[in-house]
Every structure is written in structure tokens, then in C-alpha cells.
Design a protein around this ligand. Structure first.
Ligand SMILES: *Cc1c(COP(=O)(O)O)cnc(C)c1O
Length: 377
């Protein structure tokens, strides 16, 4: 039995009839870019996230880029973001015209905290991007009060955290939970196929609280003008395809079930590995509803364990092997080794295990068994 890190095929097979019909309807309409399908998806996402505005765009990367561009950076303006995240978070900051300032993470959650963000603050700080890494929200209450006190924009990178939620932080929903993407000023979502809500290609969406910001983002995705050939801003082409929106509308209705299955798998790993001192399991903070886009453990002998698993047909992944302050492309920012110790240590120790919804008990048991065998020998 082989266990892939991720297998997307069973999800499509289970929904084939529904998805094929939705795709065919778009093909028949021959309306491929934005239009009614995208508008319907945006409305459904705004309702799901409990935010006033949702603006579809071409990728999660652009969902970060567009609201940052909307802030109209002056040269030297800074954005604080974690050194331990996917590259896109930093790339968007750079490409929007800001200077990225990297901060450290909390070793238990892999997320930024008020303290780590505060340590990176300068008088040029204009925005902060907490990344809800692996599917658990950063502590938005304390981050929102920090950003509020100092007048900075709070942009959530929720690319891995659609459906994640948190109690007691931000604008309270009637049920007491605040959704990822609803706790800051804006949130960025990705529909890359490996995310919890995956399209048949690239796609993204910006959740926005303020209507002026929503209007600017919506303009920027179509070259900076609502009216064709009249441009108030210099934007870009970052539209969401109707085909992607059609697929995503079908899948959004099933997201809750997949999320439960991911959480069940996480529970299975906690049960199966909880007593191993050599493996540190991911902590979900109290009041945090983790959606496990990745199930990421920490191990001292990470590379040896990974090799062992690979030899037994068990897939695993390293997200991420190099912290952003040490990436060659940011050398001019002056990052040095030892500067952000927890981000650097995470890069050496993390290993993500298969957690996709259709994994099933037998394959999960095999992963657990192989990890136990490795440490027993
Ligand atoms: C995937 C991801 C992105 C970028 O999304 P794309 O759709 O691939 O452009 C940004 N940030 C994080 C944390 C991600 O995981």
C-alpha cells in the first residue's frame, strides 16, 4: 500500500456529475471571464466568510498583491510578515512596492504573535500580514489591537486556512466564531488545487471589510478602471475565470465535510503518535478551529525520517526548507542566520504528513506504524 502526500482524484470522482454539469453550463454560455458565475461565487464566499465584500482574482498571490497595491506604497514603506511562510507572501509585498520586514514565529503554532510582530515594527510600518499557516489562525485579537493602536493595515494570508475560525477575536459572528479572512482589514485566499478549496487551476479571492478598499481591489484586477478604457489606477489583469468559479461553487458546498475528515485524520495522528517523545505534534490553540491544510510535525532527525517514509511508499513534504530572510533574492535586505531563530529551526524540523480528506483509516494507520517503526529501531 502506498500513501501519497495528496491525492486529488477521489474528490473529483465523488463529485464528477455535479462538476461536469457546472463546467458544461459555462462552456455552453461561452462567458469565460468574470461575469455571473464569478459574481455568484463572490456572494457565496462573502456569506461563508461573513465579510461585506469578496473580490475574485487570478491567484492567491494576486489576492495578496491587489490589496497591498491598493494601499499605494511610498518608497521605503514596510510590511511585516513571518519569515516562515510560502514565498508568495513576501513576493507580493515586494511586487506591490513595499519593503518586506520579516519577523519570527511562535514555535508551537508556526504563526506570528503580537510580540514577534512588535519586534519588527518601525516608523515605516504600513501593514502586517499574519499568515494562518497550515490551517490555523494567527492570534488575530492581539494583532488587530496592535495594528489598530498604530494605524497599520492588517492583511490576513488565509491561503491555507479557508474555513478556519477563532473564538473571541475580531468582529464577533452570532455564533461566537470569527472566520479567517474576517478578522483583519482584508484577507487573501488561494484556490490552487492543493488548498482545502481547490479549483481546476489557479484562482484567488480577496475578502474586504471596507467598501472603498473593495472598490480599489476590484478596479486593480481589471487594469484600474471599472469602465473599459478609463483608468483611474494602474492595475493589472487578475480576473477569476468563470470555469473556476463554477467548479468552486460546487466544491464550496462540500468544504465542511472535507474539513471534518481532515480534522478526524489529525485526531488519528494525535492518538497514534501522541506518546512519542521524538515527534512534536501540531498544537491547536484553545479557541482555534484548525482546518489542517497541512498536518505538520517537528522532528530532530527530520531528513532521516523522511527518507525512511519514502522507502516505505509514504509521501511527506517539507514546507518550508528555507526561511524567507535567508532567500538569495532578499540578500539586499540584510537578513542573516541566527536573526530569527524559531523560523530557522522550523525550517530544519518540519515534516508534513498526508492529511487529505480521503486518506482513510488504513492508510493513516500505516503512516503511524512506519513512523513508530523508524523510532523503535
Ligand atoms: C498557496 C499560498 C499562497 C499563494 O497562492 P497561489 O494561489 O499559489 O498564488 C500564498 N500564501 C500562502 C501561505 C500559500 O500557502
Amino acid at each position: 500500500m502506498r500513501v501519497p502526500l495528496l491525492d486529488l482524484k477521489p474528490q473529483y470522482q465523488a463529485l464528477r456529475a455535479e462538476i461536469d454539469a457546472a463546467v458544461r453550463a459555462v462552456v455552453e454560455s461561452q462567458g469565460f471571464v468574470l461575469g455571473p458565475e464569478v459574481e455568484a461565487f463572490e456572494e457565496e464566499m462573502a456569506a461563508f466568510l461573513q465579510v461585506p465584500h469578496a473580490v475574485g482574482c487570478a491567484s492567491g498571490t494576486d489576492a495578496l498583491l491587489l490589496p497591498l497595491k491598493a494601499l499605494d506604497p511610498r518608497p521605503g514603506d514596510e510590511v511585516i510578515l513571518p519569515a516562515f511562510t510560502f514565498f508568495a507572501t513576501a513576493g507580493a509585498v515586494w511586487n506591490a512596492g513595499f519593503r518586506p520586514v520579516f519577523c519570527d514565529i511562535d514555535p508551537d503554532t508556526f504563526n506570528v504573535t503580537r510580540e514577534t510582530v512588535e519586534a519588527a515594527w518601525t516608523e515605516r510600518t504600513r501593514a502586517v500580514i499574519p499568515v494562518h499557516l497550515f490551517g490555523q489562525m494567527a492570534p488575530m485579537g492581539e494583532l488587530a489591537s496592535l495594528a489598530g493602536e498604530r494605524g497599520a493595515f492588517l492583511l490576513e494570508d488565509a491561503a491555507q486556512a479557508i474555513g478556519a475560525r477563532q473564538r473571541g477575536n475580531g468582529p464577533e459572528a452570532p455564533d461566537g466564531w470569527t472566520m479567517a479572512g474576517a478578522a483583519g482589514d482584508a484577507g487573501a485566499f488561494s484556490f490552487f488545487p492543493t488548498k482545502n478549496l481547490g479549483a481546476f487551476g489557479d484562482g484567488g479571492l480577496v475578502s474586504v471589510r471596507d467598501s472603498d478598499m473593495a472598490e480599489r481591489v476590484a478596479k486593480l484586477r481589471v487594469h484600474g478602471g471599472r469602465q473599459m478604457y478609463h483608468h483611474e489606477l494602474v492595475g493589472t489583469n487578475s480576473r477569476l475565470d468563470a470555469l473556476q468559479a463554477a467548479v468552486l461553487r460546487v466544491k464550496l458546498r462540500h468544504l465542511g465535510g472535507w474539513e471534518e475528515a481532515r480534522r478526524r485524520n489529525a485526531c488519528g495522528y494525535h492518538g497514534g503518535l501522541g506518546d512519542l517523545n521524538e515527534v512534536k505534534l501540531p498544537d491547536a490553540l484553545e479557541g482555534n478551529h484548525h482546518v489542517y491544510n497541512q498536518y505538520t510535525v517537528r522532528v530532530d532527525v527530520r531528513d532521516a525520517l523522511r527518507e525512511h517514509l519514502q522507502g516505505r511508499g509514504v509521501g511527506s513534504g517539507i514546507y518550508y526548507p528555507v526561511p524567507l530572510h535567508l532567500q538569495p533574492c532578499f540578500a539586499e535586505l540584510g537578513g542573516r542566520e541566527g536573526q530569527l531563530p524559531e523560523a530557522e529551526r522550523a525550517c530544519r524540523e518540519v515534516l508534513s504528513l498526508p492529511v487529505f480528506p480521503e486518506l482513510g483509516e488504513d492508510r493513516l494507520a500505516l503512516v503511524v506504524e512506519e513512523i513508530r517503526t523508524f523510532f523503535a529501531s
